[in-house]
Design a protein around this ligand. Structure first.
Ligand code: ITT
Length: 200
């Protein structure tokens, strides 16, 4: 079994990553290391932020570290909230406040139902001893729902309908989201690389 530290305190991300990677991997996150301080996401892209987080934690902990930087990109809003997904509305805004603000912005932008194209993007950076070993990206395309629906998931899941479905990520069972999501795609690319490295 391969051990991985996820450089996050977002328990939703950790749970999804563990479910996607499966029992071949044992995943823990920064809740196990309270001495590691909060990192500022000062990068200008998902890749830069993921890399910054992975390097910072891998300097403090031995072994393999992955960092996940992810977010929602809405076409009618020019790709917003993008890298600011966690901080949209305000730094400490709740998910409901963020979703409300997005819905208001969409109305203001005059985005009709068919102009609500969006995608979730996830970039994972893998690092060890302060060195980046690889960067893996996953995207899932879809559209923004008319109103939030569904109890599952986290963040913007209640307003995102993946292509090929009529339900939001928050209405679909976790197994479905974790099969098709941006994070699932990035994690599969990462695990393929780790498996290949293990057999070298
Ligand atoms: P860490 O930086 O500690 O990992 P974070 O929540 O701040 O945690 P990000 O900076 O990567 O993480 O912001 C990602 C935000 O994008 C997240 O807080 C959600 O609002 C949104 N997001 C990312 N993946 C999502 C998903 O699968 N479902 C719903 N929303 C998601």
């Amino acid at each position: 079994m391969q051990h991985l530290i996820v450089a996050t305190r977002n328990a939703h991300k950790t749970r999804e990553i563990q479910q996607i990677l499966g029992s071949e991997f044992a995943v823990c996150d920064l809740c196990a290391y309270p001495e590691i301080s909060e990192m500022t996401e000062s990068g200008g892209s998902f890749e830069e932020n993921a890399t910054l987080k992975a390097i910072a934690v891998s300097r403090k902990r031995p072994g393999l570290v992955i960092a996940d930087d992810s977010g929602l990109e809405i076409e009618a809003l020019g790709g917003a909230p993008g890298i600011y997904s966690a901080r949209y509305a305000s730094t400490n805004s709740t998910n409901i406040e963020k979703i409300d603000k997005l819905m208001e912005e969409l109305v203001r932008a005059g985005a009709k139902k068919d102009a609500r194209r969006a995608r979730f993007r996830c970039v994972l950076a893998l690092a060890r001893n302060g060195q980046v070993l690889g960067v893996f990206e996953g995207i899932v395309a879809g559209r923004i729902a008319d109103r939030p629906r569904g109890p599952h998931g986290f963040g913007y899941d209640p307003i995102f309908i993946p292509d090929g479905f009529e339900k939001t990520f928050a209405e679909l069972p976790a197994e479905v989201k974790n099969n098709i999501s941006h994070r699932a795609r990035a994690c599969r690319a990462l695990s393929a690389e780790l498996r290949a490295a293990a057999t070298d």
